[in-house]
Design a protein around this ligand. Structure first.
Ligand code: SF4
Ligand code: SF4
Ligand code: SF4
Ligand code: FES
Length: 977
């Protein structure tokens, strides 16, 4: 199977509205102005040999294989670099051209190892194809001259190899790294015959700046850069188009397969979120799906001290249902609940919340968005009327000023980061608001015009100060506000932000950001200029805001989201291309899990459970009488468990023990419950407290849809059958049936049909349509375009008039004190993902094998801490120990860590402080002390012992010896049924 079974048109699509007509080999062809002759020919079905051209990159014109003849022009121009012109008559075949092309190929082949039969790219090599296409039969120069055949391979990258002996110096990899990825890790070193591709300063790939996105590998026409999986397994035989299951960018992929084995994941050219690009996670880190740690047999146990017993699906499901019914009979209907998974498909999430509402008969359902973007739901709902990003990712190419707040796209949303960097290289201005000096502040060929390096917890002060400048310097779009927003709210907001106490100067002390910088940033966002005295020009400046968990995971997370929405409305930056407010969603389907009714107060489509008309619709469709009272949120479930009222939990694909704040509190709550059912692919941290384990399926085994941060609904297609024999939706259905609430879906498509029938914003969504169009964006119904809505709030806001909300700054309760003098903030790295359950089981750990604590050199020196030292971090919640990374990326007074490894215990430190409106935990601000230590914390020692015991109890499920002894050890640990 060929790497790109899609047609490669050689040069990118021109988006010009004007067309030109020319003749190619006598055939009339009409193409958009700016199209290359090569692309025009290929579009007309005329193939032109090429090596250095590919349609994802700008033409380069180096290989001279694509020569053509054009009537009235001298010579033989390269068709890839020659624009098509009206009236041109092009000839792609002639004896002269054939001879020239053969000559080019002879030169390449004379310096190429002729090991085609044993080469990993045999059958998937453009050099081989071109030798065939030009009819090369002989190499006049022989193979004995100077050559590069002895150059050493670079095998340092775990996923791809670089064999310079096979390089034809076409420059495609260098251009891919620059244009597509924006990392600029590769150069052509040496000159003439000596020239070769080299990462960084002639370093191995792993030591260079390379971030292993694979763009160069995809672009390489030979076996020079090649996936090791292909070298090991041979070429794939078929492919399945699907969607990445890591982050909210939602990249489209072709899973290239051999039987049921993945050979490689190739980013899908027609995937609208990624357009053929990917990052190291989606592209390479899929090996976890068949990792030996996968649990594929259902298991049960009476108590968490017992060894697990492997049982049939039927027994596990009946046992779980029996326990839930017993608990409800004993403690009341509301004593059980469930958590839906943002890693699972829309269809799976929909079924879990349906089971809870219809079979449990309460609304105790929540999702991990509680701990990430619930303030987005609240904040954008209040101001705009709906809880979702306003744009497509592609829209950023029309932005003039880009404001990135509390987000680190290079690490967490890498494919979007590549688009954003491209736009900045084209001249857009960038403002970064972040406590850390993230890569965008000063990266390769990208520099922020302003970096507002605020103190953690001061977001609302900064956003209000920006608004102050916009209003008091007359930079707002008064006409937009008058036409599109609620009058009264505008008046009140203008008066509020204009107050002197909301000025950048007044906030300087709390935010730590110099007032002049805030003023310059406000001017830049509103007008495209930083200087004072600039007014709004005639041309509308497009200001786009992208934000992440650095906005939401705060005590004032919802206030900050509303502050962002206020700023966008005040400057007229909502409702067209290049502008908007865009939350960068964390998990692959966090948007979908929210859309599907995962919150305790909302039915699918964000309709409040107390609405009689909506409930009546669901009552009729589901044949039940829904409870009108909102149920418990996740933190309330924990509190209720500790007070003895909440006893049973169905936890679907979510590792709350590792991901939720205050680990010890979560663990105590779980130990207080009587039945915890975990459905997951691994024995995660939460499963160690479970009584029933239902094996889940990885994205490669799933059939359904994911919804990304653009509201784009894409298909997830099954590449291999579920390893456990049941898909997640089938398991949920079986549990519901065992609970006595019948479900009888034949396939996920039927579930989507029900969702569409019951959810107005999904009314036009169908598998048939997604198949035809590639993807659709909600709202998608009779009042939108067929493919749904690319840009939200175009003529009016979803709620009618936009509403400004006052954003009173309230300092966080998490304040530095003498006892806890530093502020801890948390985030992610590129190579690991969230709780790390997947990426830790791949070679991605070669980039990041442990969580470290970043600390500023001054703070480190004060405490006698050196780079790599073990340090204890203590907050009012708990204590853990990590190794220090001394770096000026963090400011003095701030420390930072990731939370990808359970043993790090980052969430042992985080507290119960949370967003006032949504309970989203304040992960980004925890007051801590950091001191050098010599041994793990007591929590870490307990964790290690508990982990070992739990692992051995699973081994018991497989009949391993020692299970009974392990059970005894487990019983010695305190608490827990
Ligand atoms: S893998 Fe990506 S970052 Fe690394 S050299 Fe290739 S294109 Fe550049
Ligand atoms: S490594 Fe591949 S893409 Fe890069 S110059 Fe060599 S042949 Fe071309
Ligand atoms: S950017 Fe996100 S969706 Fe795309 S490949 Fe990477 S992890 Fe997957
Ligand atoms: S493909 Fe045109 S010069 Fe290489």
């Amino acid at each position: 199977m060929h790497r790109h079974d899609d047609i490669d048109f050689g040069t990118p699509l021109s988006e010009s509205a004007q067309t030109v007509t020319l003749h190619i080999d006598g055939q009339p062809v009409t193409v958009p102005a700016g199209t290359s002759v090569m692309r025009a020919a290929i579009e007309a079905g005329v193939s032109v040999p090429k090596l250095c051209a590919t349609d994802s990159l700008e033409p380069f014109g180096s290989c001279r294989l694509c020569l053509v003849e054009i009537d009235g022009r001298r010579g033989t121009p390269a068709s890839c670099t020659t624009p098509a012109e009206a009236g041109m008559r092009v000839h792609t075949q002639s004896p002269k051209l054939a001879q020239l092309r053969k000559g080019v190929m002879e030169l390449y082949i004379s310096d190429h190892p002729l090991d085609c039969l044993t080469c990993g790219a045999n059958g998937d090599c453009e050099l081989q194809d071109m030798a065939g296409a030009v009819g090369l039969r002989d190499v006049r120069y022989g193979y004995q001259g100077a050559n590069h055949l002895d150059l050493k391979k670079d095998e340092s990258n775990p996923y791809f190899s670089y064999d310079p002996a096979k390089c034809i110096v076409c420059n495609r990899c260098v251009r891919a790294c620059e244009e597509t990825q924006g990392t600029f890790a590769l150069t052509i070193s040496g000159r003439g015959f000596e020239s070769r591709v080299s990462p960084g300063m002639d370093e191995p790939f792993m030591q260079s700046e390379c971030v292993s996105c694979g763009a160069c590998v995809a672009a390489c026409p030979t076996a020079t850069l090649q996936e090791k999986s292909v070298i090991n397994l041979g070429l794939p035989t078929h492919s399945v188009t699907t969607t990445c299951a890591y982050c909210g960018v939602g990249c489209g992929f072709k899973a290239e397969m051999k039987g049921h084995e993945v050979v490689r994941m190739v980013p899908w050219k027609d995937g609208k979120a990624n357009e053929g690009h990917a990052c190291v996670k989606g592209r390479f880190a899929w090996g976890y799906a068949t990792h030996k740690d996968r649990i594929t047999t259902p298991m049960i146990r009476e108590s968490i001290h017992d060894p697990w017993r492997e049982v049939s699906w039927d027994e596990a499901v009946q046992y779980a249902a029996g326990q839930f019914r017993r608990i409800q009979a004993q403690y009341g209907r509301d004593s059980v609940g469930g958590i839906t998974s943002s890693r699972c498909t829309n269809e799976e999430v929909y079924l879990v919340q349906k089971l809870i509402r219809a079979a449990f008969g309460n609304n105790n359902v929540d999702t991990c968005a509680r701990v990430c973007h619930s303030p987005t739901g609240y904040g954008l709902g209040q101001t705009f009327g709906t809880s979702a990003g306003t744009q497509t990712f592609k829209s950023v190419r029309h932005a003039d000023v880009i404001l990135v707040i509390g987000a680190n796209p290079s690490e967490a949303h890498p494919v979007f980061a590549s688009r954003l960097k491209r736009r900045i290289r084209q001249g857009a201005h960038l403002i970064v608001i972040d406590p850390r000096r993230i890569d965008l502040v000063s990266g390769a060929h990208v520099k922020a015009a302003q970096h507002l390096q605020l103190k953690p917890g001061a977001n609302v002060a900064v956003i209000t100060a920006l608004a102050h400048v916009i209003v008091t310097e007359g930079l707002e779009d008064a006409a937009y506000m008058a036409e599109r927003c609620e009058d009264k709210s505008v008046r009140e907001w203008r008066e509020f932000v204009a107050r002197p106490e909301n000025s950048p100067e007044a906030f300087e002390a709390v935010s730590g950001v110099p007032a002049a910088q805030v003023r310059a940033a406000a001017r830049l966002y509103a007008t495209g200029q930083q200087a004072a005295g600039v007014k709004r020009g005639d041309r509308q400046v497009n200001g786009a805001i992208y934000y992440g968990l650095g906005v939401t995971e705060h005590a004032q997370g919802s206030t900050m989201v509303m502050g962002i929405a206020n700023l966008a409305m005040a400057t007229g930056n909502v409702g067209r291309e290049g502008v908007g407010v865009n939350p960068l969603r964390g998990q692959n389907n966090v948007q979908g899990s929210c859309d599907m009714g995962s919150f305790p107060h909302e039915l699918p489509g964000y309709r409040h459970i107390s609405g009689d008309a909506v409930r009546a619709q669901f009552d009729a469709a589901w044949g039940v009488t829904l409870n009108p009272e909102p149920g418990l949120r996740i933190p309330n479930m924990f509190d209720a468990a500790l007070s003895g009222e909440f006893k049973g939990l169905y936890c679907h694909g979510e590792d709350i023990v590792q991901s939720d704040p205050d680990t010890q509190h979560v663990a105590a709550a779980l130990q207080a419950m009587e039945c915890i059912v975990v459905q997951d692919i691994f024995l995660n941290e939460t499963a160690k407290y479970a009584h029933v384990f239902l094996p889940g399926s990885s994205f490669l085994e799933k059939d359904g849809t994911f919804t990304n941060a653009e509201r784009r609904i894409s298909r997830v297609r099954q590449a291999m059958p579920p390893l456990a024999g049941k898909a997640d939706w089938e398991a949920t259905m079986a549990l519901s049936n065992a609970l006595g609430y019948p479900m009888a879906y034949q396939n996920p498509e039927q579930i989507m049909q029900e969702i569409a029938a019951l959810t107005p914003s999904f009314a036009g969504v169908s598998y048939e349509k997604i198949e035809r169009l590639g993807s659709v964006q909600w709202p998608c119904n009779e009042s939108t375009e067929e493919a749904g809505t690319a840009i939200m709030h175009v003529d009016h806001f979803v709620r009618g008039k936009g509403r400004f909300v006052l954003t009173q700054y309230v300092p966080s309760d998490e304040k530095v004190t003498r006892k806890f003098p530093l502020l801890l903030t948390t985030g992610r790295v590129l190579s690991q993902y969230n709780v790390g359950a997947q990426t830790r089981r791949t070679a991605n750990s070669q980039w990041h094998a442990e969580d470290r604590l970043e600390i500023h050199p001054h703070d480190a020196q004060d405490r006698g801490i050196k780079d790599g030292d073990w340090v204890g971090i203590e907050s009012r919640s708990g204590q853990t120990v990590l190794r220090a990374a001394v770096t000026a990326k963090v400011q003095p007074g701030v420390v930072y860590t990731t939370f990808h490894f359970p043993e790090s215990g980052a969430n042992v430190i985080t507290t119960d402080s949370s967003d006032w409106a949504t309970n989203c935990p304040e992960y980004k601000v925890t007051a801590v002390q950091v001191l050098p230590v010599a041994q793990p914390s007591s929590w870490q020692r307990e964790y290690q012992a508990f982990d070992q015991t739990q692992q051995s109890l699973v081994a018991g499920a497989h009949g391993a010896p020692g299970a009974a002894a392990a059970a005894g050890a487990a019983a010695a640990l305190s608490g827990g049924k």
